[in-house]
Design a protein around this ligand. Structure first.
Ligand SMILES: C[S@@+](CC[C@H](N)C(=O)[O-])C[C@H]1O[C@@H](n2cnc3c(N)ncnc32)[C@H](O)[C@@H]1O
Length: 426
């Protein structure tokens, strides 16, 4: 479940109109070797090579003047700013581009019910969705009287799912925004900065060839969609990587959960308080005279001790991934275990045992197990294939595509925790 498509899916004429519009915006080449093609209701459209593309060949070059960016805007309201620009473009000459955009992208914080969000089973992610909802509410307030809530939600869903962060600036590049994500991408984006330009977002890779320097200072910066070193065969989809993110980022900002994500992570501790409170639960649960206040005072004292010992670094979201456990967590947990008793019996506890107990605690705290989710996902996939959108759902407020995405998401977290458990020496 990702993009919701326009009922009036574009005809070939509309496809041509999009590329004609891009050329009018000074995009090059005049006859690109790509076209936009429908993939599925889940993925929406994609960009496909119509002719063989050579390694490193520029597929599309889009000037910054055609892009929507957050340049010069306070980071706290980047998406509101870009949404306003998108909404204002509706009354301009951008129809061919706007007609090619999805009706909305099903971002959980904009379009899911509370019951659907709860199916994620991750408090931290649900809280983040809540914070993003607050962004939506304040954008609605700011735009009240000019645009309806539905329009604001549409604009925010597109701005979030079609822009990329390039050196601290958010950039939405028409045309290039048609590329879907894969980690085995065959293309990338780079910025060619105009030598005379002092404005403009800087892309991950900046190129300023000498020919451009000679061309003078009036040219805007350009963003190029460039084929990778393998080139791209005719008929092959042109893909880019949106980044090596955990699934949270894909779900909250792009509205989909990658089928298998080697970069997914499970947060073991949200901060030093969480870490220290866990250790307190392990050692302190036996003390009958311990009050909530004295237990909390002990947690705070340990955090202060850890900060004094390890320095005031950022200890938020200490996670495990397929690549291993966050080094910050290893340092902090080791320091904590060396500082005091490790277990209720007063015996020292090893770091692997400490981490194992935490993984087990987290796995037990989920309302459903990994195996239950695997079975459920299979059932839901069968339901979806049979076109049965309502049977066997937990409640009337949970829809099938959203539940499938939520179960896929929480499965990924449980898989990381099980893999971490398996990797710890006993
Ligand atoms: C930058 S747009 C890409 C073009 C888009 N598919 C369209 O129809 O216009 C990003 C959106 O494409 C979809 N998408 C991209 N990569 C995907 C993937 N690997 N799996 C599922 N959906 C994907 C998601 O809806 C995402 O929010």
């Amino acid at each position: 479940m990702a993009a919701t498509l326009r009922a009036d899916s574009p005809t070939h004429q509309a496809e041509t109109a999009l590329f004609d519009w891009l050329v009018q915006q000074c995009a090059t080449p005049a006859c690109p070797k790509v076209e936009r093609r429908y993939v599925s209701d889940d993925v929406g459209y994609c960009l496909v090579a119509t002719k063989e593309v050579a390694p490193e060949e520029v597929i599309l070059s889009v000037p910054l003047t055609a892009a929507i960016t957050s340049e010069g805007v306070d980071e706290s309201r980047w998406s509101t700013h870009m949404s306003i620009e998108l909404l204002e473009r509706q009354s301009g000459s951008c129809q061919p581009w706007l007609a090619a955009l999805p009706v909305h992208v099903d971002l959980p914080w904009l379009y899911w019910s509370d019951a659907e969000l709860a199916e994620l089973q991750e408090e931290d992610t649900i809280a983040e969705a809540g914070q993003l909802r607050a962004v939506f509410e304040s954008a609605c307030q700011e735009l009240e009287g000019r645009f309806a809530r539905q329009q604001v939600a549409w604009a925010l869903s597109l701005v979030h799912s079609r822009s990329f962060v390039m050196q601290g600036c958010h950039v939405w590049l028409p045309g290039i925004d048609m590329c879907n994500h894969t980690l085995a991408n065959n293309a990338g984006i780079r910025c060619v900065r105009s030598p005379g330009s002092c404005q403009g977002a800087s892309a991950v890779e900046e190129v300023c060839p000498p020919q451009a320097a000679a061309a003078g200072s009036q040219e805007p910066d350009r963003f190029e969609l460039v084929a990778g070193e393998r080139g791209i065969a005719a008929g092959e989809e042109v893909t880019i990587s949106y980044g090596s993110w955990p699934s949270d980022v894909f779900l909250l900002f792009f509205g989909f959960v990658p089928a298998s994500n080697p970069h997914d992570s499970a947060v073991l501790f949200y901060d030093l308080f969480d870490l220290s409170a866990f250790q307190q639960r392990l050692v302190g649960s036996a003390a009958a005279d311990e009050t909530e206040e004295s237990a909390w005072a002990a947690v705070v004292a340990k955090v202060q001790q850890l900060e004094a010992q390890l320095g005031h670094q950022d200890f938020r979201r200490m996670a495990a991934t397929a690549a291993g456990i966050d080094a910050r967590l290893l340092d902090a947990a080791q320091a904590l275990l060396l500082a005091g008793r490790g277990s209720a019996s007063g015996q020292p506890m090893s770091l692997p045992t400490f981490l194992r107990l935490r993984c087990q605690e987290l796995l037990e705290s989920y309302p459903t197990s990994l195996q239950e989710d695997q079975v459920l996902l299979q059932q839901l996939e069968q339901q979806a294939a049979a076109g049965d959108g309502s049977a066997a759902l937990p409640s009337g407020t949970v829809r099938l595509p959203q539940l499938m995405a939520a179960v896929g998401y929480r499965l990924g977290k449980k898989q990381v925790l099980h893999a971490t458990l398996a990797s710890l020496p006993s």
